[in-house]
Design a binder for this molecule. Structure first.
Ligand SMILES: *Cc1c(COP(=O)(O)O)cnc(C)c1O
Length: 389
């Protein structure tokens, strides 16, 4: 009997070790892992470069308080700001902490401008920004908030794609709009670039802030370092997490100078956030992802993957409704519930994970090999064939 609470619906499988794109179960089976801890292990399992970095740091220094200067964190923040729109960074340990920090930054910005009532955050209905008490109310999801009242105030919602409702929902109390450029849990729904640009225009016009939650779609996952990059939009605040730690828990909120200036000493903090061990791993992850040609190669291989998936869709038009996503954040939307399909893939040794709207989420490591994509395609094709019978 497990002493773990039942808050997860766990699959009956455990792993002994991992290597790159593969996981080895405790009962001796080898799986192609296209879950990768839900877009967390961006460089696959047991990456030698990351192992070296964490071992090296582990022998020197694990943790010191943020009461002191942490050079490894200075270095990672410098890399992130040099590479992106951001001027400043605050480190956290998880995605929910990062999105909540983003909300705090937005509110504090208007507070510092003498507008403490401008504090409401406008989000997409049934989005996902984490599981902490404020983040669940940011999602506007009945399922996630049920039984966790009283309701945390300060969030308004509009339906995905409903531009009229979005404009109507903005009041003089709105501080920021927060959206995922690609909704991960929500079913790999990509917000088109023109919509991101429109969001920026609306925010500029209303003088409110724009938050892009890149916890899942960021750090190379979409094919660009950030999923919003193609749109050329400059957001004000961007929470990140998942991929930046390569499997080590790291979160962060990135922001422009304008909004960062309100975050004075004492306004925010985290005991663990940004400790030397975490920062060393983050630096090593970025060394790899920012390497010349890394993202270019990712784009090329993902294009190949989409082409092959589209061929399968063409062959099984009554089974697969849509292949969608960007880079290696891929959704296979079925016409019916995806649970059995995911189980069959697992029986055939390919691990994938669900998302909303009957989507099978496919998340290879960002350094996946073409031969591994070919193996996945073969398995998916076989399952489609079986499923049809
Ligand atoms: C996973 C996720 C979060 C929450 O991250 P945790 O580390 O689980 O707290 C927030 N936002 C998005 C978009 C996510 O995908």
């Amino acid at each position: 009997m497990s002493s773990l609470a039942k808050n997860y619906n766990r699959r009956k499988i455990a792993f002994r070790r991992g290597k790159g794109s593969f996981l080895y179960s405790t009962n001796g089976k080898k799986y192609l892992d296209f879950v990768q801890g839900i877009a967390v292990n961006s460089l696959g399992h047991a990456n030698p470069y990351l192992i070296r970095a964490i071992n090296k740091q582990a022998k020197k220094l694990w943790h010191v308080s943020n009461a002191f200067i942490i050079p490894e964190g200075e270095k990672l923040a410098k890399k992130l700001t040099q590479k992106t729109f951001a001027d400043y960074v605050i480190f956290q340990n998880s995605g929910a902490e990062a999105t909540e920090a983003a909300i705090k930054v937005a509110r504090r910005y208007f507070y510092s401008k003498g507008k403490p009532n401008k504090n409401r955050i406008l989000c997409i209905k049934n989005s996902f920004h984490g599981r902490t008490i404020a983040a669940i109310f940011a999602s506007g999801s009945k399922k996630m908030t049920e039984g966790f009242g009283p309701k945390v105030e300060g969030f308004d919602h509009f339906k995905f794609g409903d531009h009229k409702a979005l404009k109507k929902a903005i009041t003089n109390k709105t501080a920021a709009i927060m959206v995922e450029p690609i909704m991960g849990e929500g079913g790999i729904k990509v917000i088109p670039d023109w919509c991101l640009r429109e969001l920026r225009k609306i925010c500029d016009k209303k003088k409110i802030l724009l938050i892009f939650d890149e916890v899942q779609c960021g750090i190379g996952r979409s094919g660009n370092f950030f999923a919003f990059e193609n749109s050329k939009v400059k957001p004000d605040i961007v929470p990140i997490a998942k991929g930046i730690g390569g499997g080590f828990p790291i979160g962060a909120v990135l922001m422009t100078k304008k909004v960062a200036l309100s975050m004075l000493p004492g306004t925010h903090g985290s005991t663990f956030g940004g400790n030397p061990l975490a920062m060393s791993v983050g630096n090593a992850v970025l060394d790899q992802i920012l390497k010349k040609g890394f993202l270019k190669n990712l784009k090329k291989i993902s294009k190949y993957f989409y082409n092959e998936l589209d061929k399968i869709k063409t062959d099984y038009p009554t089974l697969i409704k849509e292949v969608r996503g960007s880079g290696l954040l891929i959704g296979l939307q079925l016409f019916h519930n995806q649970k059995k399909f995911i189980q069959k893939l697992e029986d055939d040794k390919l691990l994938t994970i669900r998302a909303a709207e009957n989507v099978v989420r496919i998340l290879p490591p960002l350094n996946v090999k073409k031969s591994e994509i070919n193996l996945a395609i073969k398995i998916i094709r076989n399952v489609c064939k079986e499923f049809k019978r």
